[in-house]
Write a protein that binds this ligand. Sequence first.
Ligand SMILES: Cc1ncc(COP(=O)(O)O)c(C=O)c1O
Length: 384
Amino acid sequence: MFEQLKDLIRSMYPGENTIPLHRPSFSQEEASAVAACINSTFVSSVGPEIGEFEKLIAKFCDSGYAIATVNGTAALHLSLHVLGVHSGDIVLTQSLSFAATGHAILQTGAKPVYIDIALPEGSMCPEALLHFLEEECKQQENICIHKASKRRIAACVPMHSFGEPAKIAAIAEICRNWSIPLVEDAAEALGSFTEGKHCGTFGTFGILSFNGNKIMTTGAGGMILCKNETLAKRLKHVSTTAKIPDPFEFRHSEAGFNYRLPNLNASLGIAQYKKLPAFLNKKKTIHREYRVFFQRFCYKLVNNPEAQSNHWLNTVIMNSAEEKEELLQFLKVHDIQARPAWYPLHRQQHLQSVTDLPLPQTDWLYSRAVSLPSSVPFEAPCYD
Ligand SMILES: Cc1ncc(COP(=O)(O)O)c(C=O)c1O
């Protein structure tokens, strides 16, 4: 199977010596948009492209409001800050995630508790969440308390792994019933929908990333999706330097984070956004090729069959940890980038959980998952 997989990947990315896991796709349009922004001199945190980019994303996701940030990590941190998450709190999340999810929790002073994932989608399991809440937590005047540590459960941050939608409607309902604000880490899920809604629009906030490895990029960048006007205004205020409007004086109402996306990056984002439908189509084709291939050999991909995924990163589940290692080594030797899933957060010293919940599905998927090249293939030379 390994040889045939190599041939399939080489056929999807013809003419490339080293095939990357995921790299951005640009043409002259992006170069022209960035050059026009430079000519305008509005390259920093103020400029017309920021607002335009926010409106485009809010419309695409049907989120009402969208607040652009310097990256997805900052978007997560700001969301948790505005919810009032602070030192001594617990934030529920999943261990199978990029470290940024855990780091944003630590940045607030809170501690993570990891809920196991469900398969085949690889994201937070609603049943495991409910089981944890029923067994280990209680509600007191609309506040959820973890009984053993006496800490408040201040938020729940599930992540849509590899762009595959989590069972987010069920998670959102549990969070509502237990008075826990929901922040979706949809960093990888731009263009993914479930139950007729875009990922990131099921809770109080949802965040996106526009890092260079994502489905579209602003270089570095992020976005907070939010339906509530008051919260959106507050997010925007603290994402800047929290300056009180005044034609002359520099007075500030609080410690603003200066997390605003620069206009230069927003101009790149607008040009990339125009290609988003084409990117999503190509992602679908790549996913179909992998799916048909792996079906022949009886392997499964991480996938939510009931949702509409952006297929950001195709991830195959091998039969054993040994086979996973063999595939990673084989592809490396043949100049094809592949990678294991993120090293589980609960096994990393600085990200350790308040509790010691067993995470069998997380450990199982980590030991077998291999992410495969999933970039949109180049069509033309990049730019002049
Ligand atoms: C799941 C997840 N959360 C958060 C982030 C953070 O985004 P950024 O790199 O834009 O800070 C990323 C990706 O980079 C991610 O994959």
